[in-house]
Design a binder for this molecule. Structure first.
Ligand code: ADP
Ligand code: MG
Length: 367
């Protein structure tokens, strides 16, 4: 066991007779920014609330900085949590909201003063001191909520979907601020979101959850480049990775409908006729309007975004595929296109959705 960071050992949680977290092991390095991401209901908040001590664990152990905190009160764990709902006291001013927790802990007045001052300087909320939460915008409220966590000087910050109540533009700017905050403070941060873009942009390590289990952990590049299974492949990235039903023909090739694609992989565990899934990202499909390309497709419709165009296509066997197309020459609905991909941009998954073959190497400098 490490004596720093946060370590979860076989964590389980049941509500009544229903188990919702099924034995999670996780080591979070001191000072890292870890994001739990997954669809609604997969157990992100429950896991975070167990780390915070707001929810008992049914089984397992939680260590923070080498200390077993499994049965400690939230206030004794060295954590501070920021919620989606801000959870500010409506009848108190910003200054009082920031100072309240410290006052309750009988911190000296001078110390409270200096911490509140330091936190508000970092978050640029000094000019809002005398307002009440009702007189603040959503972004300002969330800043105060983060400030209230900072003044406690916790070892670990816990964030539960802190940006989900903000509009799209504010979400982006607050995201950048939270990244900056992590750089400045250097604390361990654990951040929960259902938004894969937030996960990709903020995390040192992403933990992808589904139905109370960890599907994959890794750097943003690792989960993007080498998804462990079709769930992660489909969840990380927007638009999602194309996942095409295919069949192993033998002789190093696969069949998708009437199209044959030569693969770089050896047969290893496959026999001719075995079903598999070919994964290829929209940006890794090159689009041609003359017959250079292996997959024939018809463009159903497209989204034009200025710098790029997403083509929503249908293969001859009816499967859908999205291709990103960057060219000044417009492609229209109804056009026939030919799609091809480079061998090293294809990923293969077995019939159960698990990655076939070893991951592609990611250079240390690209992590
Ligand atoms: P997420 O934050 O990923 O959306 P949650 O952790 O809130 O998911 O919920 C995980 C699962 O646990 C869900 O199926 C949810 O219905 C269930 N759950 C959460 N809290 C409770 C509770 N207090 N009582 C019963 N079931 C709960
Ligand atoms: Mg939640």
């Amino acid at each position: 066991m490490t004596d720093t960071g946060v370590v979860l050992t076989d964590i389980r949680k049941s509500f009544g007779s229903l188990e919702v977290i099924h034995g999670i092991d996780l080591t979070i390095a001191e000072g890292s920014f870890v994001v739990f991401v997954g669809p609604s209901g997969c157990g992100k908040s429950t896991l975070l609330r167990m780390i915070a001590g707001l929810e008992d664990v049914t089984d397992g152990e939680i260590d923070i900085k080498g200390r077993n905190v499994t049965d400690l009160d939230p206030s004794d764990r060295g954590i501070a949590m920021v919620f989606q709902s801000y959870a500010l006291y409506p009848h108190m001013s910003v200054r009082e909201n920031l100072a309240f927790g410290l006052k309750m802990a009988h911190t000296e007045t001078a110390k409270i003063e200096s911490r509140v001052k330091a936190a508000s300087a970092i978050l640029k909320i000094d000019h809002l001191f005398d307002r009440r939460p009702g007189q603040l915008s959503g972004g300002q409220r969330q800043r105060v909520a983060i400030g209230r966590a900072i003044v406690r000087e916790p070892d670990v910050f816990l964030f539960d979907e802190p940006l989900s109540n903000l509009d799209a533009e504010l979400r982006v700017s607050m995201r950048i601020e939270i990244a900056r905050l992590h750089r400045e403070l250097g604390n361990t941060m654990i951040y929960v979101t259902h938004d894969q873009t937030e996960a990709m942009t903020l995390a040192d390590m992403i933990v992808v959850l589904r139905d109370g289990r960890v599907e994959q952990t890794g750097s943003p590049r690792e989960v993007y480049e080498n998804p462990a299974n079709t769930f992660v492949a489909g969840f990380i990235g927007s638009p999602r990775m194309n996942l095409l039903n295919a069949e192993w023909v033998g002789d190093g090739s696969i069949r998708i409908g009437a199209n044959r694609i030569t693969s770089s992989m050896g047969a290893q565990k496959l026999s001719p006729g075995d079903k598999l899934t070919l994964g290829v990202r929209p940006e890794h499909l090159s689009v041609s309007t003359n017959s250079e390309g292996t997959l024939h497709a018809k463009v159903d419709f497209y989204e034009y975004l200025g710098g790029t165009q997403f083509l929503y296509c249908q293969l001859e066997d009816g499967q859908s595929v999205i291709a990103e197309y960057r060219s000044p020459v417009a492609i229209n609905a109804g056009d026939i296109v030919y799609l091809s991909s480079e061998i090293n941009q294809r990923r293969y998954f077995d019939a159960a959705g698990q990655r076939l073959f070893t991951p592609w190497p990611i250079l240390p400098s690209h992590r």
